[in-house]
Structures are given as C-alpha cells and as structure tokens.
Design a protein around this ligand. Structure first.
Ligand SMILES: Nc1nc2c(ncn2[C@@H]2O[C@H](COP(=O)(O)OP(=O)(O)OP(=O)(O)O)[C@@H](O)[C@H]2O)c(=O)[nH]1
Ligand SMILES: [Mg+2]
Length: 380
C-alpha cells in the first residue's frame, strides 16, 4: 500500500549550506493581524535569504515534477521491530501464559485475550471488535488450536486497521504547509527536526517556523534542530505572536520557492479554548498567503502514554481539524498497542512514528509493516 508520493531519490542534494539562513523579525511581534500583508513587504522580504542559484547538476523542472508522483519511501522493518520489541514481547508473554496447557480456544482463553488486549492499550472498543471477530471465526472454522491464536489475531488486527482513507501526503501543492500540534512534551519539536531532515533527504527544500513562542528556550531548541537538519528557520522573540511567525515562515517559503513549511506550536492543554483560537488564528493568517493553508494539521502523540494518547487524539480531533498524526516514543514502551486502537477508532491516518531521540529515528507509518513488527514474536 502506498502512503506517500514517491519522493525522488536520484541525488538532488537539496539544501546547501549557503542556503541556510535565519530571519529574525522581532520588531514585528506586536503588529495586528490586519497588518500582516503590509508588514511582510516592508520588513520581511529585505531580510530573507536569497534565492539559491540553480546549478547545472540540479534536476530540471520536468524531472523535479516527476519525483512527486512516484513513491519511494519505505518503512525500515528492522528499525520498527526494534522499537516495538517491548510492546511485542510483553504482549506475547501474556498470550503464551493465557494459552499454556490449553487444548482449545474456549471462553476462558477469549476472556484472557480480551484482558491482554486492553492491558496492552489497544482500547476497549477495538478490543471488543477483535474478540468478536475471533469468536465468530473460532465458531465457524471450528478453530481449536490455541497455539495458533497469534495467526488469527494477526489477521483480525490487520483487517481492523487496514481499511483506511487516503493517506498520501500530496506535497505537489507547494509550499506544503504542515502545522504541528500536540500537548506539552509529546515530541513536537523533536519530530519537526526529524521531519525536516526526512523531507530534505527526499530532495525537498524545507523551512521551519518557530511559532512556539510561549515556552522559554523553545525557539533555541527548534533552532538546534534546524541546524541538525540543515534547513532554514524563521523565528521571532519569545512571547511574540505565533500567527505572525507562521505568516513569516510561509511568506519566506513562497518567496524562496520552498517545498515544505513545518510550523512548531506551543504545547497546550487540549481542552482549552485558547488552543482552538490560536490554531484557527494561525490558519486564518496563513490563508492570507495560501488559500488552503495549512495543508496538514499534524497531531503529535506520545505513544508511551498509552490510552492517554488515545484520549488526546480524540479531544484534539474534536477541537481542531487534525488531518494526520505522528505517534512518538514507541521505542522503550510496551504500550505500542495504542496505535491499533487509534487506527481503528479515529478516521485520521497516522503518517509517521517516532522511534528514538535522534534525527533519523522516524519511520513512515505503514500498517502492514506495523502489524508484522507487532507480531514479531510467535506463540510457538
Ligand atoms: N525515546 C523517544 N523520545 C522522544 C521521541 N520523540 C521525542 N522524544 C523526547 O521527548 C522529549 C520531549 O520532546 P520535545 O520535542 O521537546 O516535545 P514538545 O512536544 O516539543 O514539548 P513542548 O514544546 O514542551 O510542548 C525530549 O526529551 C525528546 O528527546 C521518540 O520518538 N522517542
Ligand atoms: Mg516543543
């Protein structure tokens, strides 16, 4: 199954050192929304990085166009296996205990399985769905061997999470604007660094907007990630208007013909009305430059919080128009089962997962590969 447009691999070295720049527009922070258009022409453009001269070795427009159409990026199964090791081990330890000495899949086995799925953070509704499916299969197929429970479980979980909507990231619509949201500490800023590098290695040019102006040191932290990913960053001082920073970032992306804009936002409590207000203000202001911006509202969830992540996903998606999700910190947790519940219960695709703290610890979420990794253990 394809998740992304194939992002050109044939060696465009996307961003060069001299392309990197920082734009500090502190003086703009107090301006009103109505002044954005005026502001950018007066102050921002002057400070923006120059357009990079196209070198002869770079692909021509025609070639560049084509890379958006084909799909290349694949999930690294080994990396995912490692990240889901704890989840899988813990799940299978419980399953093995539940079927030991059993000659058939009876009510007791199913009851235990139900408990195992729930304690593995799959979530109650999805667990019931899985148990119902297994129950009717056992009845129909006269399935009796509990040692093979993992095989039907894998099939049923696969069935449940595979029927999903369009998951393509259509970066053709450039600059492709991704607004990154989520509560405190889930890994938004880290994930932005990873995403920036990810897109860059696909030959896309990236600009990051430091619109978390709320927390001290947030801008410096993002700045650090921009350096690591070797991409441009647009920032203002702490306390300035996040919508203003977002506007500047998009403006700069348009002026410099960038492919992707990723905007960091402050982690706030998901039930606060000001989150909604802030995000809709950012969107409104972005729309002054690009009518359908942001292209994505990417919700970042901390997978190690299990059902909490699920609750956040529900509440966020009720409050804002979340279009995709990234689940972080799947490494080092046994709560990876939450991904199954989220995929099943919410009509929003998970597009990426975080598998560690380093810049390359990111994988495209491919359900098939995910299920394979989840079932990397066997009962026998
Ligand atoms: N193990 C692991 N740690 C991660 C992952 N993603 C982020 N982290 C860690 O999570 C912590 C918080 O990450 P941030 O990127 O600062 O989170 P944030 O959502 O931007 O936080 P606020 O800006 O305070 O809301 C850091 O210590 C990161 O290293 C991941 O995929 N795996
Ligand atoms: Mg942050």
């Amino acid at each position: 199954m394809n998740f992304f447009k194939k992002l050109f691999s044939s060696g465009k070295k996307a961003t060069k050192d001299h392309e990197k720049s920082e734009i500090d527009v502190n003086d703009l922070s107090q301006k009103k929304e109505a002044n954005y258009l005026e502001k950018d022409t007066i102050n921002v453009i002057k400070k923006e990085p120059k357009l990079e001269k196209k070198s002869d070795s770079e692909p021509k427009t025609e070639k560049k166009k084509s890379f958006f159409k084909k799909l290349l990026v694949k999930t690294n199964q080994n990396n995912l296996d490692k990240s889901l090791e704890k989840t899988s081990n813990s799940f299978f330890e419980k399953i093995k205990k539940a079927v030991v000495g059993k000659k058939k899949v009876d009510i007791e086995v199913l009851d235990n399985l139900e408990e195992i799925l729930i304690t593995s953070d799959v979530g109650v509704k999805t667990t019931i769905k899985i148990i119902d499916a297994i129950e009717s299969r056992v009845a129909k197929e006269k399935y009796t061997n509990p040692q093979e429970l993992d095989i039907i479980l894998k099939e049923e979980i696969g069935n449940i999470i595979f029927d999903e909507i369009n998951e393509d990231l259509n970066v053709n619509d450039k600059p492709y604007v991704i607004l990154v949201v989520g509560v405190n500490g889930v890994g938004k800023t880290t994930s932005i660094g990873k995403l920036a590098k990810f897109f860059k290695t696909q030959g896309l040019s990236v600009i990051i907007g430091a619109a978390d102006t709320f927390r001290a040191a947030a801008v410096e932290q993002l700045d650090e990630w921009a350096k690591r990913a070797e991409v441009d960053i647009i920032k203002q001082q702490m306390g300035s208007d996040p919508a203003s920073v977002s506007y500047d970032a998009l403006k700069s992306a348009i002026n410099n013909n960038k492919d992707v804009v990723i905007i960091d936002t402050a982690g706030r409590l998901h039930n606060k009305i000001n989150l909604m207000n802030e995000l809709s203000k950012i969107s409104r202001v972005l729309q002054k430059l690009k009518i359908n911006a942001p292209n994505e509202i990417l919700l970042v969830l901390d997978g190690s919080t299990g059902q909490n992540a699920f609750e956040q996903a529900k509440q966020f998606s009720e409050a804002t128009k979340v279009t995709s999700m990234m689940v972080t910190k799947l490494d080092g947790t046994a709560k990876g089962g939450v991904v199954i519940g989220i995929s099943d219960q919410l009509n929003i695709p998970i597009k990426f997962i975080g598998t560690g703290e380093s810049i390359d610890d990111i994988e495209i979420f491919d359900k098939k590969v995910f299920v394979e990794s989840f079932f990397q253990n066997k009962i026998i």
